[in-house]
Design a protein around this ligand. Structure first.
Ligand code: SF4
Length: 192
C-alpha cells in the first residue's frame, strides 16, 4: 500500500520495455494482472478512485444545453450510478463545473468567480458547441469558447449534446483521473 509507483516502474520489468514500439511483454502483462488481483495499489490511486465515485457538479446552467444536463439525474439516465447525483448549489461543495450553453460576455466574470470558489481538485466540462467554441453565435456578445476564461478538461460536441454524450464525457473524465492525468488547470494556462 505504501508504494507510490506500479511495480513495473520500480525495476520489475524485462528489457523488452526498452524496445521502442513494442508493447508490454507477457511478463509485464502478468505482473499488471497480479497487481490488480492482490489489490496492490497506492494511496494516490485509492484517493483518485474515491474522487471519481463522489464527483459533485455545480448547479449551473446557461442555455438550451442545460436542459439536457438536467435530465442526467432522471431515472432514465440515472447519473447516480456514478456517484454524481448531488448537484451542489454552493461552488465550495462542488468539484465539477459543467458549462452547459453559450457564455455571454456579461456572464464571463460570474462564471470565473464560481470556478475560483470551487475547491481543488476541480474539473470543467464544456458541454456543446456554444460552450466549446461559441457555436453558431459568432458575434460580439458571446465568448468564443469558455476555455478563454477557465481551463477545460473535456469538450463535448453537438448542438445540443444528448445526455448520453454528457455521460460519455463524464466517464472519460473519470478514466483520465484514474490514469493519473492531472486536471486542466495544472496542465496549461488559460487561452487568451
Ligand atoms: S450548443 Fe446548441 S443546444 Fe447548446 S447552448 Fe448552444 S445552441 Fe443551445
Amino acid at each position: 500500500m505504501a508504494l507510490d509507483k506500479p511495480l513495473k516502474d520500480l525495476g520489475l520489468h524485462s528489457e523488452r520495455v526498452l524496445w521502442e514500439g513494442k508493447g508490454p511483454g507477457k511478463f509485464e502483462q502478468e505482473l499488471a494482472a497480479l497487481e490488480s488481483k492482490v489489490s496492490l495499489t497506492t494511496l494516490q490511486k485509492a484517493v483518485a478512485w474515491s474522487q471519481t465515485k463522489s464527483m459533485w457538479p455545480d448547479t449551473f446552467g446557461l442555455a438550451c444545453c442545460a436542459i439536457e444536463m438536467m435530465s442526467i439525474v432522471s431515472a432514465r439516465y440515472d447519473i447516480a450510478r456514478f456517484g454524481m447525483e448531488a448537484f451542489r448549489s454552493s461552488p465550495r461543495q462542488a468539484d465539477l463545473l459543467i458549462v452547459s450553453g453559450r457564455v455571454a460576455h456579461k456572464m464571463a466574470a460570474p462564471l470565473r468567480q464560481i470556478y475560483d470558489q470551487m475547491l481543488e481538485p476541480k474539473w470543467v466540462i464544456a458541454m456543446g458547441a456554444c460552450a466549446s467554441s461559441g457555436g453558431m453565435f459568432n458575434n460580439y456578445t458571446i465568448l468564443q469558447g469558455v476555455d478563454r476564461i477557465v481551463p477545460v478538461d473535456i469538450y463535448i460536441p453537438f448542438c445540443p449534446p444528448r445526455p448520453e454524450a454528457l455521460m460519455e464525457g463524464i466517464i472519460r473524465l473519470h478514466e483520465a483521473h484514474l490514469a493519473g492525468i492531472p486536471p486542466a488547470y495544472e496542465r496549461r494556462e488559460v487561452a487568451t
